[in-house]
Design a protein around this ligand. Structure first.
Ligand SMILES: CCCCC/C=C\C/C=C\C/C=C\C/C=C\CCCC(=O)SCCNC(=O)CCNC(=O)[C@H](O)C(C)(C)COP(=O)(O)OP(=O)(O)OC[C@H]1O[C@@H](n2cnc3c(N)ncnc32)[C@H](O)[C@@H]1OP(=O)(O)O
Length: 216
């Protein structure tokens, strides 16, 4: 089991851990709705002020009992690793899409996704850093699925066309080669018809001490 930043294990007992995870995922989803409502709202100023006061009260309730770090990488009940606090895939992290990554029998990875208005960079389009973040994670997942989990050493991104939000997209990635602790991976975000919008290549390096399933 790997905990980031010296954090402590989940305080929940094994018996109610699943229900708690589901509740946190629901809270994460509702907070994503809130984020998009905030960036799109056009209500009057006094209503903005009233909502802000209610949000401050809700924030205080959550802050009455806090962890030292977000929920970490752990094995799910089905054996599939999950990471509820992760910025890209975390069900309990409102910052995450969350990206749901699937592995194929060929050990490539894919994720259906749709960006939201809160991901806007250039007016009407997704921020390039957000696309790069998604590809960073997906490429890292492809390296892990190929048996070479690692940290991103380099990530090179080519933006071919602007990326829309609010539309279904498909992200895919695959391992290309490995040499010792270095693994090269490539991937892309495309429209459903296969038109590539953004493509990336990455070099992932397995830190010494990591095994085939990651940090030990
Ligand atoms: C986030 C989840 C992580 C958990 C993963 C666990 C399990 C996986 C299972 C499922 C997970 C699925 C997906 C998630 C995975 C990843 C996605 C997110 C990834 C990130 O978001 S991660 C954050 C950004 N990332 C960093 O925060 C890295 C900071 N950095 C370091 O931690 C070190 O820097 C490190 C480890 C990179 C190297 O350190 P080191 O000491 O092991 O390496 P060393 O110096 O010995 O070099 C050995 C050879 O690599 C060459 N080399 C070194 N660094 C290079 C570089 N940057 N570019 C090109 N070549 C490089 C040298 O030139 C030498 O080459 P040569 O052998 O030919 O001389």
């Amino acid at each position: 089991m790997f905990y980031y930043g010296g954090m402590t294990p989940d305080l929940a007992s094994a018996g109610n851990a699943e229900a708690r995870q589901a509740a946190l995922a629901t809270l994460g989803g509702q907070t994503r709705e809130l984020i998009d409502a905030v960036v799109l709202t056009d209500v009057p100023e006094d209503e903005i002020t009233a909502v802000t006061a209610e949000l401050a009260a809700l924030t205080g309730r959550l802050r009455t009992l806090q962890r030292t770090a977000p929920q970490s990488f752990e094995a799910g009940p089905d054996g599939v690793p999950r990471h509820p606090g992760n910025a890209v895939i975390g069900s309990a992290n409102p910052h995450a899409l969350p990206l749901i990554v699937e592995s194929t029998p060929e050990r490539t990875v894919r994720a259906e996704l749709a960006f939201r208005p809160s991901h806007e960079g250039p007016p009407g389009w997704v921020h390039g850093g957000v696309s790069a973040m998604i590809l960073d994670h997906l490429l890292g997942h492809a390296a892990a699925v190929a048996g070479s989990p690692g940290m991103t050493g380099t990530l090179s991104v080519r933006y071919r066309r602007p990326v829309p939000y609010g539309e279904p997209l498909l992200a895919t990635a695959e391992h290309t080669r490995s040499e010792g602790r270095k693994t090269w991976v490539e991937g892309r975000i495309a429209l459903p018809d296969g038109t590539v919008l953004v493509e990336a290549t990455g070099l992932f390096i397995t830190p010494s001490g990591w095994g085939r399933s990651g940090p030990e």
